[in-house]
Design a protein around this ligand. Structure first.
Ligand SMILES: *[C@@H]1O[C@H](CO)[C@@H](O)[C@H](O)[C@H]1NC(C)=O
Ligand SMILES: *[C@@H]1O[C@H](CO)[C@@H](O)[C@H](O)[C@H]1NC(C)=O
Ligand SMILES: *[C@@H]1O[C@H](CO)[C@@H](O)[C@H](O)[C@H]1NC(C)=O
Ligand SMILES: *[C@@H]1O[C@H](CO)[C@@H](O)[C@H](O)[C@H]1NC(C)=O
Ligand SMILES: *[C@@H]1O[C@H](CO)[C@@H](O)[C@H](O)[C@H]1NC(C)=O
Ligand SMILES: *[C@@H]1O[C@H](CO)[C@@H](O)[C@H](O)[C@H]1NC(C)=O
Length: 932
């Protein structure tokens, strides 16, 4: 294939729209020429003609099998650029993304391709074709970081990059959730169905999510070898209960291998390892064991403390035969060669059994170029819509930068140079350019740009600016000469007017302004004085003479313009000023260590609070006052009521501990004071007060809408989750309530009043004499037996969720009658399926019933009488995030009084397994994607 024909093809495929039509399942046949339904699976495939503007279709002469999607592939040019498919997603929804590659045939002389596959800016896989007839499958499990993802091919080292299919499969709500999904994707390395009846993989429609479950008979080099003697294949035709999170298909669970001699072992290569992995074993007892028969085993290899000692008894762990048991590792470190062995225990009558495994590698998400920068580039794009240089896709910087953009290698990358000389740009220079703070060179010369030169005063790294040969009008802004790095400035041949700023004529920079007849230098003579200085000493001398002369002449003028000047000065200050460190102005304070709070003297605090005159509330420990410290920062000053109960030493220890706790959903401690028997803590001031005020004090507050409540709940849940799992020792709040959830200026929530005398160390936590907490929020289990655990906070948080839903107080005789308690009231209504009755009247009509249910369910589980039945904070966070996703999504049913009764019962039975609940609109949809 010659370069020329590559280029030709490139331009033949110019298609206007570039966004693929998105249904629930997206199946793109790359290089395909028509849309069709695959008769084997019933899946609808669409041609990629409408979603990619580059590359050429290559027909494969001897396709392997008759699958239509492998009859053609799409080849991309080998030019160092990247080529991307843009798929729309729902933000925060989890997806399986799959790309497959079958090279098919080897043209004479061609070498096998070797290139890279990216998901957004994250390297997904290096594709190396070694066998032209093999279908290489790459799968990534993601939680969509935004409303679209890019799948990009680039960086070929041999051959041209190509693609056969691209598929996007939405997953059921909580499937494949991990603790790390904010920062990591999951790259699937192995998904094996053991005991498979044939070499065929199992996928859709047996797997409603269309995962590909490889047959264990389908062996490749060093893949599933080292099988222990006595390994037998078994199967059943009975149904298997698969209702746990990951829902492996029943067909996969109906087959297994058994170590009849007491041992099962395998060895396989894991591509991309060593790495940290999410790993699952899928187990179901599919033999009918007699009464005195048992199957118990443990994992001998790889040796993982805790797990390797655990004895698995599938039927017992799953509470029944023919039921899925799904042990997994959230994070295990595995080598490239994985050898695993399961060995029966001495007292077991049967050998180990294994139905399926799934192993995925954690891949750190590489940040994309900041949206603000992309917006600037898009603005420039749109000024020359017809040109070919606007055709590049994906992220402007990674993995390969656009031709006209240069980027830094920082993470995330920053745009450092824009080269758009003679690119036929029309219109005004976009003012958004001011956001490109790392820009060093800007070339916009030789276009048809009009209008004034916009404010570029924060481009402090700019060294070279080319604006010549355009139709710019207006004055030359004076800040240009003050840009700290500027070296060359070209504005010639425009229609600029006004006075040339003096700062540009200092000779420090190369400055060309020829061909602007309207420009005046401010002196009567030499109107079109051209200066290119800095190299020639002679010119410099002339310049100095000229400057002195013009300075004198300008003196009077400048006096008149002094007002204008002072504002210029402010501008230039603004350029250079760096944000000062937050507390550097606090005097008298001393730094204990870098992360520790400042010490304030009592007199400083008296001054800050105007003698404790503005009381803003009462926390769990005492009154709180508003104050303003010397650097202008607003603070909340909290006086501990029972100072004597804390010794100074204990108090300082607690302060040291508190000040090391940093989380965006916890109110930060700034400093403290321990003087004259006063123990005082100084916190950041939260402008929007307490959540309690916003929910219950309807007099002067605008009521929060449901989505705002969900965001607040998410924030607070994350704060508590951090206290429980992110701190060492972990911290139990003990007084979670709406008045301890504070709202900042953006209505984002932070938890306050945590951590004082409350670490979960042995002395304090297990048995303490008095149950602390607030009536209405207090965990009954803790109250009864004084056993304090994280689940007590979960209970209180459940009450907070109920308040958010209902807008009612946690306890009240009037509202709830004899039970006086929101928990009993809400529980009985929710159990009856009548969630509508508990909604805050101010929300009615503006809530999606599905998201409301999601919160109602998790709230009711959180206030279960027994701590063990309550979810962890992490699970609550996930549920709230799901609700947010549902609420934000475009589909879903709005609650209203007439339609509500039909919606209630659809969810009634689902209370028991709250994490596996899917909204009804999805469950109808994905089963038959071809029907959508
Ligand atoms: C295939 O389907 C897509 C999406 O529905 C549509 O945009 C495109 O025009 C169709 N292409 C052909 C060749 O019918
Ligand atoms: C997994 O555990 C390792 C070692 O404890 C840790 O460094 C890593 O951050 C964890 N998470 C991921 C996603 O790798
Ligand atoms: C199980 O019990 C049966 C009789 O009910 C007996 O014949 C058999 O030997 C026992 N098997 C074992 C392993 O104890
Ligand atoms: C276990 O199964 C038994 C019988 O099927 C059932 O009665 C019991 O409630 C189950 N236990 C749990 C914890 O699910
Ligand atoms: C991808 O498509 C979405 C719309 O679905 C659009 O908003 C976004 O700008 C596109 N991204 C790129 C890089 O073209
Ligand atoms: C998610 O998947 C399951 C099983 O595939 C399906 O029954 C259900 O409709 C979806 N939602 C729930 C509640 O699990």
């Amino acid at each position: 294939m010659s370069v020329l024909s590559h280029l030709l093809v490139l331009f033949l495929h110019l298609v206007p729209g570039v966004v693929c039509q998105v249904k629930e399942f997206v199946s793109i046949d790359c290089g395909g020429t028509s849309n069709y339904t695959d008769p084997n699976t019933g899946l609808e495939w669409i041609s990629d003609m409408g979603c990619i503007r580059h590359g050429k279709v290559v027909k494969i002469e001897s396709p392997n099998g008759d699958r239509q999607q492998y009859q053609r592939r799409r080849d991309f040019p080998t030019d160092g650029k990247k080529y991307c498919y843009n798929l729309s997603t729902k933000e925060r929804r989890r997806y399986l993304v799959r790309a497959t590659f079958q090279y098919g045939n080897l043209d004479n002389g061609d070498t096998y391709p070797k290139f890279q596959l990216y998901l957004d800016a994250t390297l997904w896989s290096a594709i190396t074709v070694l066998d032209a007839s093999r279908v290489y499958v790459k799968e990534m499990i993601i939680r969509a970081p935004s409303t679209s993802i890019d799948v990009c091919l680039c960086c070929a080292s041999t051959g041209s990059p190509f693609l056969s299919t691209l598929e996007l499969r939405p997953l059921n709500l909580s499937m494949y959730a991990t603790d790390y999904e904010d920062d990591f994707f999951l790259n699937v390395a192995a998904r094996v169905n053991f005991g498979a009846p044939s070499k065929d993989a199992i996928r859709y429609p047996d797997d409603p999510y269309d995962r590909i479950w490889d047959s264990d008979l389908n062996k490749r080099q060093n893949y599933l070898v080292g099988v222990a003697p006595g390994t037998e294949r078994i199967s059943t035709s009975k149904d298997i209960d698969i209702r746990t999170r990951e829902y492996p298909p029943v067909k996969v669970m109906q087959t297994a291998v058994v170590g009849s001699k007491g041992r099962l072992s395998y060895r396989l290569n894991l591509e991309g390892f060593p790495a940290n992995a999410r790993a699952y074993a899928y187990l179901a007892e599919i033999e009918d064991l007699g009464r005195n028969e048992t199957r118990k085993f443990s994992m001998q290899q790889p040796h993982v403390p805790d797990y390797s000692n655990a004895v698995v008894n599938i039927a017992e762990n799953a509470n029944g035969s023919y039921t899925l048991y799904e042990p997994s590792y959230m994070n295990v470190s595995l080598d490239f060669v994985l050898t695993f062995s399961l060995v029966k225990t001495l007292d077991s009558t049967h050998g180990p059994l294994l139905n399926a495994i799934e192993i995925s590698k954690y891949v750190q998400i590489i940040p994309k170029t900041d949206d603000r920068y992309v917006a600037v580039l898009d603005a420039l794009h749109s000024m020359s819509p017809e040109s070919d240089w606007t055709l590049e896709e994906g992220d402007p910087c990674i993995p390969a930068h656009w031709e006209w953009v240069t980027c830094s290698s920082s993470k995330p990358p920053r745009v450092t140079k824009i080269a758009l000389s003679k690119k036929n740009l029309k219109g005004k220079i976009p003012p958004e350019l001011i956001h490109l703070e790392d820009l060093t060179e800007l070339w916009l010369d030789g276009n048809s740009l009009s209008g004034p030169i916009p404010d570029l005063s924060s481009l402090i790294s700019l060294t070279i600016l080319h604006l010549e040969n355009n139709r710019l009008t207006g004055p030359i802004p004076s800040y240009l000469g003050d840009l700290p790095s500027i070296q060359e400035l070209y504005v010639g041949n425009n229609s600029l007017s006004g006075k040339i700023p003096r700062t540009l004529l200092t000779g420090k920079l190369v400055f060309n302004y020829d061909g602007n007849p309207e420009l005046i230098q401010g002196t009567q003579h030499k109107k079109n004085f051209k200066l290119i200085l800095g190299t020639s000493v002679g010119a410099f001398v002339i310049f100095v003479v000229f400057l002195l002369g013009s300075l004198l002449l300008l003196r009077n003028l400048r006096r008149k313009a002094s007002h204008e000047k002072s504002s210029e000065k402010r501008d230039s200050l603004h350029i250079i000023a760096k944000p000062s460190t937050a507390y550097s102005l606090v005097r008298g304070g001393y730094l204990m260590d870098e992360s520790v709070a400042y010490y304030f003297t009592l007199s400083e605090l008296e001054e800050a609070t105007q003698n404790f005159s503005k009381k803003i509330g009462k926390g769990s420990f005492g009154p709180v006052y508003y104050g303003k410290i010397k650097n202008g920062k607003e603070v909340a000053v909290k006086i501990l009521a029972n100072a004597s109960s804390h010794g100074t030493h204990q108090f300082e220890n607690e302060v040291a501990l508190l000040s090391r706790i940093h989380h965006r959903n916890l109110v930060p401690l700034i400093g403290y004071c321990d003087e004259a028997h006063q123990q005082i803590l100084v916190y950041e001031y939260m402008h929007n007060g307490t959540l309690q005020d916003h929910i219950h004090d309807s007099v002067n507050q605008k009521r929060l809408d449901w989505l705002s409540r969900l965001f607040i709940a998410e924030d607070a849940a994350k704060g508590l989750e951090y206290l429980h799992t992110g701190c060492n020792p972990s911290i139990i709040h003990r007084d979670v309530k709406t008045s301890n959830i504070l709202l900042d200026i953006n209505l984002r929530a932070k938890v306050s009043d945590f951590g004082l005398s409350r670490q979960t160390d042995d002395n304090l936590s297990h048995v303490s004499s008095v149950a602390r907490g607030t009536v209405g929020y207090l965990d009954p289990e803790y109250y009864a037996n004084q056993q304090l655990t994280e689940k007590s906070d979960v209970y209180s948080f459940g009450v907070v969720l109920l308040e958010l839903i209902s807008g009612r107080k946690p306890f009240s005789m009037e509202d709830y009658g004899a039970e006086w308690n929101i928990v009993y009231w809400a529980r009985s209504l929710i159990r009856k399926g009548d969630v509508v009755r508990i909604i805050d009247p101010s929300l009615a009509g503006n809530v999606k019933i599905e998201s409301l249910w999601r919160i109602a369910e998790v709230a009711i589980l959180s206030v279960e009488p027994h701590g063990v039945s309550r979810p962890k904070m992490q699970e609550i966070t996930l549920a709230i995030q799901d609700a947010i996703k549902i609420e934000k999504g475009s589909r879903g049913n709005y609650e209203n009084s007439s339609g509500s009764s039909t919606m209630q019962f659809s969810r009634k039975t689902l209370l028991s397994d709250f994490l596996d609940i899917e909204s009804s609109d999805l469950s109808n949809g994905y089963v038959l994607p071809s029907a959508r």
